[in-house]
Design a protein around this ligand. Structure first.
Ligand code: B12
Length: 219
């Protein structure tokens, strides 16, 4: 099958929440020698983007999203071990977490997989993470980038607090902060003093690479 067609089918299988088909297509992509990293980004992640849009338009519901997420995780399981991390040429430590009061972690998990696959060293604090937890981990692990995720207008207000805390602790200059999640915008990121924003996982990877370069220049 042509690469474009197979990736399209992977996208469709994520949208349909078809776990078995996702696994099968991911295996087929490997058998046919296609790039597993591209399959993850252009096939699987694209499917989740479509589902979020459909949900917003009232064309999909929470159970549909959860099925799609499971299908995506299935394909990710198959693809991830075959991604050659050396190829992407990136190295950096990223700390990820969903802010306090928020348990939406599908987007963060997609991000984690794509960062893992791209060769970043990823520390995942999970969901509903207290600001102090972020701070303690930054002190201990010294990540290059902090990636904060929030899916609710009520929880996104936790982001500026985390950034303020870092400033107070003298850690702000040591880590680049990027933010994301459905209610977050470029403007919001700028307003709260974050260094970067991305609307989806593939772009988050690009933003992370850009921030890493900036950080190296500043050092
Ligand atoms: C699935 C879902 C759930 C699931 C979550 C399961 C899970 N394990 O995550 C369940 C059913 C548990 C749930 C619960 C609730 N939910 Co809900 N949920 C959703 C839904 C439908 C989809 C979210 C999702 O997974 N999208 C798919 C992923 C792949 O996309 P994503 O998260 O946006 O992530 C991408 C980008 O945003 C970006 N990204 C994400 N994080 C980051 C971070 C960085 C650093 C960067 C750069 C990029 C980035 O990259 C990701 C990958 O491409 C949204 C609707 C929506 N439009 O978002 C509502 C939604 C977020 N939920 C909502 C609500 C209100 C709730 C509940 C309060 C409902 C209730 N009354 O119980 C609870 C909240 C519980 C809590 N305390 O958190 C509201 C929030 C409204 C608001 N206040 O803003 C939404 C918007 C629905 C709505 N329109 O009302 N929910």
């Amino acid at each position: 099958m042509e690469e474009e067609d197979l990736f399209g089918e992977l996208t469709d299988a994520v949208v349909a929440g078809d776990k078995d088909r996702c696994r099968g297509l991911a295996e087929q992509a490997l058998d046919e020698g296609l790039d597993p990293y591209k399959a993850l980004m252009e096939g699987c992640a694209e499917g989740m983007n479509i589902m979020s849009d459909r949900y917003d338009e009232g064309e999909a519901y929470v159970p549909d999203i959860l099925l799609s997420a499971e299908a995506l995780y299935e394909a990710m399981d198959v693809l991830k071990p075959h991604i050659d991390v050396e190829d992407t040429g990136v190295s950096g430590k990223v700390l990820l977490g969903v802010v306090e009061g928020d348990i939406h972690d599908i987007g963060k998990n997609v991000l984690k997989s794509i960062f893992d696959a791209a060769g970043f060293d990823v520390i995942d604090l999970g969901r509903d993470v207290r600001p102090e937890q972020f701070q303690e981990t930054i002190e201990k692990e010294k990540p290059d980038i902090l990636g904060l995720s929030a899916l609710m207008t009520t929880s996104m207000t936790g982001m500026p607090k985390i950034i303020e805390n870092l400033q107070k602790a003298g850690l702000r200059e040591k880590v680049k902060v990027m933010v994301g999640g459905a209610p977050i915008s470029e403007d919001y990121a700028e307003k709260i003093g974050a260094d970067g924003y991305a609307p989806n996982a593939p772009q988050a990877k690009k933003t992370a690479e850009k921030l890493l370069k900036q950080k190296k220049k500043e050092a």
